[in-house]
Design a protein around this ligand. Structure first.
Ligand code: SF4
Length: 399
C-alpha cells in the first residue's frame, strides 16, 4: 500500500494554473472540458474551464449554497449542477479561487468556446456568460450519439472549427499559425497517451491507482492539455505508478475485489466513497469518466481532422450500443467483478443506468451490477446512509 507522491507536484501544477490568471495582460478563453483547447492555446489564450470550477464547488460543498441562487434567475435545480453551482457562485461573487489562489474572482473571459459533444447544457451555460460579460461566443455543434464517426461528421466538425479562426484571431490579436496548432496538438497527444498509460496501470493486480485518485490526477489533462507542463506531470505520475506495479504495491491494503465505477464522481463525497470501498477491500479500478480525456486519435499531421475525430468519439458522445461494447471491454481488460452505476440526478448525459444497460451487461458478462442514486455536486440527491448500505451489501455478495 502506498500514497501517490506525485500528488504534491499535482497541487503545485494546479495552483500555478490558477495563479496564472492573476496576470490580466493575457487574453482568456473559456472552454468546455472536451472543447478545442489545443486550437485556443495555439492563439496564445490562457484557457479556463468552467466545469473544473464546478467540480471545485462540488468538492468544497459550496454547491449546496450556490445552486438555489442560480434558481432565482431561472435555472432549475434539476439541470446540470456544475452549471447551477457555477452560475450561483458567480451571482454570489464568491469562489474558492479567491481563498485558494488569491484570485479576485473567476477569470474574465475574452472569448467563450463550447463543444456540444458532451451535452447541450454547456452551450446554455456559456450563453449566460456571453450576456453577462458582453463577450463573443463560438462553438461546435457536434453530431451526437454516434454509432460511428463518418467522414461527413468529421467534415462537419472541421468546418465549424475553421469557422472559429477569424473570431480567435480578432480576439487574441494573433494570426492563426498552423505550425503552432500542430505543435500544441502534438504536446496534447503526448500528455494524453501518458494519462492513458497511467490509468492502465490499474489493470494490474493489485492496482496502484484507484478511480478516486484518478479523478484528482486528471486535473492537468483537463485544464493543461497542449502544454509541456501536462506532459511532464504525467511522465512523473506514470513513472511512480510503474514503480508500484513492479513492487506489487496496491493503492488499497488488501485488494480482494475489483470494481468499475460508471458515471461521474460524487465530488462532495469523494473521500467518503473512496474510504468506503477501501474498507471493504474493493479496489475501484476502472471508469469511462477518467478515460474521457484519452484522445488517441490526435495526429499533428492532420490537426483539424484528427481533433474532430478525437473529440467526436468520446464515450459520452457515442450511441448506447457502442457504449455497451466499450464497457464490456473495460470489464475484461480490468478483470472487473462488479460495476457501480452512479445515476447522477442532474446529468442524464453521463448516467448510463436508465435504459437497461446494467441488466444487459450483467446478462452478457455475468458481472454483478449496482445502481446508486446521487449527483455530481448536489448532495440533496444523495442519500448517504442508503447508498453505504447498498454498496456494502453489494461488495459482500461478491467476496
Ligand atoms: S456532461 Fe453533465 S455534468 Fe457535464 S456539463 Fe454536461 S450536463 Fe453538466
Amino acid at each position: 500500500m502506498h500514497k501517490i507522491e506525485a500528488s504534491k507536484l499535482l497541487k503545485k501544477v494546479m495552483s500555478d494554473h490558477f495563479i496564472a490568471f492573476s496576470d490580466k495582460s493575457k487574453k482568456v478563453a473559456w472552454c468546455t472540458s472536451v472543447g478545442p483547447a489545443e486550437l485556443l492555446r495555439s492563439f496564445g489564450f490562457e484557457v479556463y474551464f468552467p466545469e473544473n470550477h464546478g467540480a471545485l464547488l462540488g468538492t468544497s460543498r459550496l454547491s449546496t449554497e450556490f445552486i438555489p441562487i442560480a434558481s432565482t434567475v431561472g435555472y432549475s435545480s434539476e439541470i446540470c449542477s456544475y452549471l447551477t453551482s457555477d452560475i450561483g457562485s458567480y451571482l454570489s461573487k464568491n469562489t474558492p479561487l479567491t481563498k485558494n489562489f488569491g484570485l479576485d474572482g473567476v477569470p474574465k473571459p475574452d472569448l467563450l468556446v463550447y463543444n456540444t459533444n458532451q451535452c447541450r447544457e454547456v452551450q446554455d451555460w456559456l450563453l449566460f456568460y456571453a450576456k453577462e460579460f458582453n463577450c463573443p461566443i463560438v462553438g461546435i455543434q457536434s453530431p451526437r450519439h454516434l454509432d460511428e464517426v463518418k467522414k461527413s461528421d468529421i467534415d462537419n466538425v472541421v468546418a465549424q472549427m475553421k469557422a472559429m479562426i477569424p473570431v480567435c484571431e480578432q480576439v487574441s490579436e494573433n494570426k492563426f499559425d498552423l505550425d503552432k496548432f500542430k505543435e500544441t496538438l502534438k504536446l496534447s497527444k503526448e500528455a494524453t497517451l501518458l494519462w492513458k498509460q497511467s490509468l492502465e496501470t490499474a489493470k494490474n493486480i493489485p492496482a496502484p491507482i484507484s478511480f478516486f485518485d484518478s479523478t484528482i490526477h486528471m486535473g492537468p489533462i483537463v485544464v493543461l492539455r497542449g502544454t509541456e507542463i501536462a506532459k511532464t506531470y504525467y511522465e512523473t505520475l506514470l513513472k511512480e505508478l510503474n514503480t508500484y506495479v513492479d513492487q506489487k504495491s496496491g493503492i488499497i491494503e488488501n485488494e480482494q475485489t475489483r470494481i468499475y465505477w460508471e458515471g461521474m464522481p460524487i465530488w462532495g463525497k469523494l473521500r467518503m466513497t473512496s474510504e468506503l470501498f477501501a474498507s471493504k477491500n474493493a479496489a475501484v479500478v476502472a471508469s469511462t469518466y477518467c478515460n474521457s480525456w484519452i484522445f488517441d486519435d490526435f495526429d499533428e499531421n492532420e490537426p483539424f481532422e484528427s481533433s474532430a475525430l478525437a473529440y467526436s468519439t468520446i464515450f459520452i458522445n457515442m450511441s448506447e450500443p457502442v457504449k455497451f461494447v466499450r464497457m464490456k471491454k473495460l470489464i475484461e481488460d480490468y478483470k472487473i467483478n462488479g460495476i457501480v452505476f452512479h445515476d447522477s440526478k442532474t446529468c442524464f448525459n453521463n448516467s448510463n443506468s436508465r435504459f437497461g444497460l446494467p441488466q444487459r451487461l450483467k446478462d452478457e458478462t455475468g458481472v454483478e451490477v449496482l445502481t446508486i442514486e446521487g449527483d455530481l455536486c448536489d448532495l440533496r440527491f444523495f442519500s448517504e446512509a442508503q447508498s453505504v448500505t447498498k454498496i456494502e451489501t453489494f461488495i459482500e455478495q461478491m467476496l
